[in-house]
Design a protein around this ligand. Structure first.
Ligand code: GKR
Ligand code: MG
Length: 415
């Protein structure tokens, strides 16, 4: 009988190069942060997880890591119990948020699944209930972007993308390289009419492609209501156009375009008001902040019961996260839209063999037990050194944007 009790947990912060992508909050910094989690069992099997690398989560992960010895990797209830103890004081008052708790559990839980899979010789997709689709489709995640980071003199490989023509070039390149079918435009950067002109250029260049636009809550409800006639028939869903459940419910009541969210329904306590107000009809789930793979399977079940659409959100990430997303999506029957991924924007990885390769816009579930990926120790050391050298400890797109445009102001809603 293998000993699947946890002997130790290691958390390594890393940083990898990220291009100057634009969004409503500002501009991506030159390095994106992640944390790599290794859960080692008494038998020496190592399970992998990956999550955000900002200081608060890193701090939470490090504390949690020290509390996990002896816990069996099958004991997800035990993981939640130990995590809850961390964030409530003796009188039961919360000293941290549910959101941080979910992120901490989500990061470690994936590594526990991986360790269990590696111990039993089973893939995570099988442990999650079985594979329901051969491959997992992803969308092309289009961003406006600067040519280079502040202080650099040479344009990066993608160059500047600030016009509809350049957006079409960016999309073409992503499609040529990865075969994506659906196109998502990160918006909330320019006046909405300008961004919708970008969508029209994409529609002309790619007549068959399902389109989406995501202003990250940058539009007022009034602006969104005014724009709806231009978006009807153009987009498959409209992602977080305005702020909050109430504001989006006003918009949803006025359109047949499904509204999607990864901002306002991000934990289970948000579901009842979403359902009673009929705000969002598509949930863009993310196991990193819903509390892991099992919680995400429960969420999928809730979506099925309430007839909500379901897809996946992404932030800048590397291959361990992508492998986990792929296993989860492959085990989720009611995935109704192609998933998001930032992967094409990343040039580095922390897994052996380098980045996972998309074929026809989709990924196959990695072969091999657990997540089917292994840690490249050389890359881990190099990316950890990046973290130590880069001086970034929290993501701050607004400060970064002000380096490029000192008068620029963040606003949500802004337009
Ligand atoms: O990476 O700039 C970005 C995105 O805006 C990201 O931060 C969002 O979390 O991709 C995300 C989204 O769909 O809202
Ligand atoms: Mg979004």
């Amino acid at each position: 009988m293998p000993d699947t009790r946890i002997a130790q947990v290691r958390v390594t912060p890393i940083a990898f190069y990220d291009p100057p992508l634009l969004n409503n909050k500002g501009c991506h910094q030159p390095f994106a942060l992640r944390s790599i989690i290794e859960v080692e069992t008494e038998d020496g099997v190592i399970g992998l997880g990956e999550s955000y690398g900002n200081t608060p989560i890193l701090h939470g992960l490090e504390i949690m890591a020290s509390k996990l010895c002896g816990l069996d990797v099958t004991d997800l209830n035990g993981l939640w119990a130990r995590a809850r103890r961390l964030i409530y004081d003796e009188s039961g008052n919360s000293i941290e948020t549910q959101s941080l708790l979910n992120r901490i559990v989500g990061a470690i839980e994936v590594a526990m699944w991986d360790a269990l899979g590696k111990t039993t010789g089973r893939r995570v997709v099988d442990l999650l209930g079985g594979q329901v689709r051969e491959t997992v489709p992803f969308s092309a995640y289009l961003f406006y972007k600067f040519a280079q980071h502040h202080g650099e003199t040479t344009p990066d490989d993608w160059g500047e993308v600030l016009t509809p023509e350049k957006l079409v070039y960016e999309a073409q390149r992503m499609i040529d390289q990865h075969g994506f079918k659906a196109l998502k435009l990160k918006a909330g950067v320019f006046e909405p009419e300008e961004e919708i002109a970008g969508l029209h250029a994409l529609r002309i260049a790619f007549p068959e492609a399902p389109l989406r636009i995501d202003p990250n809550g940058a539009w007022t409800p009034e602006t969104t209501l005014r724009l709806l006639p231009q978006l009807e028939g153009l987009v498959e869903y409209l992602e977080d156009p305005t702020c909050g459940i109430q504001g989006n419910a006003r918009v949803q009541a006025a359109t047949t375009i499904p509204l999607a969210t990864n901002m306002y329904v991000v934990q289970s306590s948000h579901l009842p008001s979403n359902m009673s107000q009929d705000a969002f009809r598509v949930i863009l789930a993310d196991h990193h902040y819903w509390g892991g793979l099992k919680a995400s399977r429960y969420l999928a079940y809730v979506c099925e019961i309430w007839e909500l659409g379901l897809s996946m959100h992404s932030n800048s990430h590397l291959g361990i996260s992508l492998a986990a997303m792929t296993h989860l999506a492959a085990a989720t029957p009611n995935l109704t839209y192609d998933c998001d991924t930032h992967s094409p924007w990343q040039t580095d990885d922390v897994i052996e063999g380098g980045k996972m390769i998309f074929k026809n816009g989709a990924l196959s579930v990695p072969n091999g037990p657990g997540l089917g990926v292994t840690l490249d120790r050389g890359s881990l050391a190099r990316l950890h050194q990046n973290y130590l050298n880069c001086g970034i400890t929290v993501r701050d797109d607004t400060t970064e944007m002000k380096k490029h445009l000192p008068d620029w102001e963040f606003g949500r809603p802004k337009f």
